[in-house]
Design a binder for this molecule. Structure first.
Ligand code: FES
Length: 106
């Protein structure tokens, strides 16, 4: 699916994602700014925080207890649609997905 990453200033970059690849890896491998991913996807840093477009939230399984716990550690404001992008594997569907990157990761 195409993933659109919206920066806090409203600018957006569209990248083509591979099903089964994490949104975090998709961002990092496309040099998308604002996804730090300090722990490399091990659910230990909370610097891969994104806000998932509410219309796209159901395209991902709900957060695990471990993710919910780590979401307490995000630096920017946590919203209902906050997720850790290393835990979001892109679906098979080619439906586009939009996420917004928070103001800061640390
Ligand atoms: Fe560290 Fe996602 S990359 S929690």
């Amino acid at each position: 699916p195409t993933v659109t990453f919206v920066q806090p200033d409203g600018s957006a970059v569209e990248v083509s994602g591979t099903p089964g690849t994490s949104m975090m890896n998709t961002a990092v491998s496309n040099d998308v700014k604002g996804i730090v991913a300090d722990c490399g996807g091990n659910l230990a840093c909370a610097t891969c925080h994104v806000y998932v477009n509410p219309a796209d939230e159901a395209k991902f399984p709900p957060a695990s207890d471990e993710e919910i716990e780590m979401l307490d550690e995000v630096f920017s404001v946590r919203h209902d649609n906050s997720r850790l992008s290393c835990q979001l594997n892109l679906p098979e569907s080619s439906d586009p997905i939009t996420v917004t990157i928070p103001d800061a990761q640390w």
